[in-house]
Design a protein around this ligand. Structure first.
Ligand code: FE
Ligand code: FE
Ligand code: ZN
Length: 279
């Protein structure tokens, strides 16, 4: 069973996203918790959430993935931005409790010249400030391309963040295939080696989700420009090896490719289902 979906617009609510997912043969999806540029989140509509949960149950959806806004930077130099990031994450986690048992993904942040050590400690401070023992959401650190001063381009950095979090059993990692390739991990020619490295440094049991994207740029370019599946430097064969890998098959995959419309994602999902082998 291949669990796959794509990033969807949250503007019409959860039920609308669930229906869109069904239309394109998906059993999961990702959405922004609020405008990707930040700002206030819409209030939770409990009737919409209930209708979505029924639809998801009836149609055997797997977990869904919420994505924090890009403006969140837990390790900004600016205390105001750090405070804003903390408030957004606390509020997002509060709203996620209406959909218990799902995942919340965020970009660890950019240390903007303060250095990796300071960046990592500010990120763990934010997580320790907002996480609650009773929360039912797992927070995922996204693997990053290592653009500029981004934290999370190396597996070691993610390991250190997890190690600093008190409630680390509520943490996990979302591996973005475009980002790790851009960061210099050769998942095209040495997928087994990269997964072994992930396992040694972080532990594969922490890997909870995959962002499935091709990349416009070559390995180690640190650019973070997504391409459609099969139209970038990873290529369709490498991407099919990823979804079929015995150590990854149980995960769920989210497409974040530059599609113009839902039909574009539907075609990619159909393509990936055609190259998926039941293991
Ligand atoms: Fe992301
Ligand atoms: Fe991503
Ligand atoms: Zn990206």
């Amino acid at each position: 069973m291949l669990h796959i979906g794509c990033h969807l617009s949250a503007s019409k609510g959860y039920l609308a996203m669930g229906k869109d997912a069904l239309k394109i043969g998906a059993d999961t999806f990702q959405f922004f918790t609020r405008n990707p540029r930040g700002g206030k989140a819409k209030d939770i509509d409990e009737a919409d959430v209930a209708a979505f949960l029924k639809l998801a149950g009836d149609n055997h959806f797997t977990h869904i993935l919420a994505h924090a806004p890009y403006t969140m930077n837990a390790c900004s130099k600016d205390a105001g931005i750090r405070g804003f990031s903390r408030e957004m994450m606390a509020d997002d986690l509060r709203r996620m409790e209406y959909l218990p048992g799902n995942f919340y993904n965020f970009h660890p942040g950019s240390h903007v010249g303060q250095g990796m050590d300071t960046g990592i400690s500010l990120i763990t401070e934010q997580l320790n400030a907002v996480m609650k023992p009773e929360q039912r959401t797992t927070i995922l650190l996204e693997t990053m391309a290592g653009k500029g001063s981004e934290v999370g381009g190396r597996f070691e950095e993610l390991r250190r963040i997890i190690d600093g979090v008190h409630l680390h059993e509520k943490m996990g990692v979302c591996l973005d295939t475009c980002h790790v390739y851009d960061a210099g991990y050769d998942i095209v020619h040495n997928l087994d080696g990269v997964l072994d490295e992930f396992d040694h440094i972080i532990g594969l049991e922490w890997l909870k989700a995959i962002h499935l994207n091709d990349s416009l740029n070559p390995m180690a370019s640190h650019k973070d420009r997504h391409a459609k599946i099969g139209e970038g430097s990873l290529g369709l064969d490498a991407i099919c090896r990823i979804i079929n890998h015995p150590k990854l098959q149980h995960l769920f995959f989210i497409l974040e490719t530059p599609q113009e419309d839902l039909a574009g994602y539907g075609a990619e999902i159909a393509l990936l289902r055609s190259c998926h082998q039941e293991g």
